[in-house]
Ligand binder design. Structure first.
Ligand code: BES
Ligand code: MN
Ligand code: ZN
Length: 492
């Protein structure tokens, strides 16, 4: 990872030989450069088409006698529209550009006007945009390393302030990257046991772990998770991480993540192409683990329960079948009509268990429906909730972190569609209508009156292509919602 530090403007510390410049669209010159550097460089790159637009970058060679080898100019878009996301994207662009032109260290004269959350966003952008998943690559010898060192030159009274903002960003990125690595790992490498082992490693100090094995799950009556698991050769787990702040907790929140480490569809088998990315079906679980990896450092004043039901969904010889009836921890029976609607079945137990912990709020994260990808695409998560106030707070957090959500209604009348002839409810609706809402209505059966938000992250959890405009997002697992949840918990 890039190493960041803040130094006082006045100090004569030896700095890297690459400087970073910010420019706003429709404004002449750079925002954070001494006039003498600015003028000639500006003219040079303007002739090449650099106009300070968001997403633009340019590399220039400064006039001799400046003790600088290179300058990287980053466009921030119109000054009036500057927001955290512009800076996050500029950071991502810098990371990409630095790798492209093989720059390993750089510095910036950080504008005094840009405050701590803006430093955080820029650093996040650099760290997340630098991310590469190389676990399975054997030929990396000459590959560019990317940015290894980055220095913020700030007024001396802002050095420790800047370092604190950097640390927060590092924490947010580290949690996100932990999630990305888990999602990107091959499904035979990242098994339910590996998720459980990851939780074991996180359990120390203020974080405790209860790890329920198959035997425990039978005793608890976790029929949803056990049912989905039967077709798999691997053991299921219910992971329960618990963070307690040192002072008195303001409230308790459960974050529940779907942990299907591979979704073949079960006997309602998926077509080959749809299965290609189904190692990502544990992205909700990965987000929960990513959050827990940073709680001890960020110390929010709320109690947090991280709950992960995890198994594969496989069509083994004993696999659960369409027509089977499963009973969740809360006693409700579920008729299985499609074994590919397995997420809601394992979450029936995850959510019932969360309610048993008597938490004040529940947020679940699940790659639940293909319908949500059809409706909202790869950049927006669906959000369904029984509590407008909680949803509002979640929306504020996701907006701050640039992880967009869009509300879909829990249409009461559609509840009819999951009525079953033989059990309390069935796991699919009638036809192809409102798939994401049906999924949400199913989950609602297991949260009781607890304020709850369901985030269907099926689209944005995993990218099969990159978006040039969002350079801090990389191919594959995104680690989505780690940052938003950390912000939500911190501001709860
Ligand atoms: N894991 C899938 C949903 C999914 C699809 C996630 C595409 C990411 C990308 C989920 O378990 C699933 O298979 N859902 C079914 C539900 C249906 C059978 C009611 C779906 O969306 O087709
Ligand atoms: Mn499925
Ligand atoms: Zn699934």
């Amino acid at each position: 990872m890039t190493h960041f530090s803040a130094v006082a403007n006045t100090s004569k510390t030896l700095t890297p030989k690459t400087g970073v410049l910010f420019a706003f669209e429709k404004e002449e010159g750079f925002f954070n450069a001494a006039a003498k550097v600015g003028k000639s460089i500006w003219k040079q790159i303007k002739d090449e088409g650099f106009l300070g637009k968001e997403g633009q970058s340019a590399v220039a060679h400064p006039p001799s006698g400046l003790a600088l080898d290179r300058l990287i100019a980053l466009g921030l878009g119109p000054k009036k529209e500057l927001n955290l996301e512009s800076l996050r994207r500029a950071g991502g662009r810098l990371a990409r550009k630095a790798r492209e032109v093989r720059i390993e260290s750089a510095f910036i004269e950080w504008p005094r006007q840009f405050k701590d959350d803006q430093i955080k966003a820029f650093v996040e952008g650099i760290l997340l945009g630098s991310y590469q998943f190389n676990r399975y690559k054997t030929q990396l010898k000459d590959a560019p390393k990317g940015l290894q060192k980055f220095i913020f030159k700030v007024p001396s009274d802002l050095v420790s302030f800047t370092n604190r903002a950097i640390q927060t960003a590092e924490s947010y990125a580290e949690g996100t990257i932990l999630a990305r690595d888990l999602i990107n790992g091959a499904p035979s490498d990242v098994t339910p046991k590996v998720l459980a082992d990851t939780a074991v490693k996180l359990a120390k100090g203020s974080i405790q772990l209860k790890l329920y094995t198959k035997k425990d799950l039978v005793r608890m009556g976790a029929g949803g998770l056990l049912g989905v698991n039967i077709g798999s050769a691997l053991e299921p787990y219910l992971i329960h991480l618990h963070y307690k702040p040192t002072g008195k907790a303001k409230k308790s929140v459960a974050i529940v993540g779907k942990g299907i480490t591979f979704d073949s569809g079960g006997l309602s088998l998926k077509p080959a192409a749809s299965m290609e990315t189904m190692k990502m079906d544990m992205s909700g679980a990965a987000a929960v683990l990513g959050v827990f990896s940073q709680l001890a450092k960020l110390k929010p004043n709320v109690e947090v329960h991280g709950i992960i039901p995890t198994t594969e969904n496989m069509p083994g010889g004993r696999a659960y079948k369409p027509g089977d009836v499963l009973k969740a921890i809360n006693g409700k029976t579920m008729e299985v009509l499609n074994t590919d609607a397995e997420g809601r079945l394992v979450l029936s137990d995850g959510l019932s268990y969360a309610v048993q912990q008597k938490v004040d709020e529940i947020i679940d994260l699940a790659t639940l429906t293909g319908a949500c990808v059809v409706a909202l695409g790869s950049l927006i998560s669906g959000a369904l909730s029984n509590d407008p106030k909680l949803l509002d707070r979640v929306k504020k957090a996701t907006d701050t972190e640039g992880e967009r959500i869009w509300e879909l209604p829990l249409v009461k009348e559609y509840r009819e569609d999951i009525k079953s002839k033989v059990a309390d409810i069935k796991n699919i609706g009638g036809g192809r209508e409102a798939g994401t809402i049906i999924g949400g209505l199913f989950l609602q059966e297991f949260v009781g009156d607890t304020p709850w938000v369901h985030l269907d992250i099926a689209g944005p959890a995993y990218l099969e292509r990159e978006y040039p405009g969002i350079p801090y997002l990389t191919y594959g697992g995104t680690g989505l919602m780690v940052r938003s949840l950390l912000t939500l918990l911190k501001t709860s």
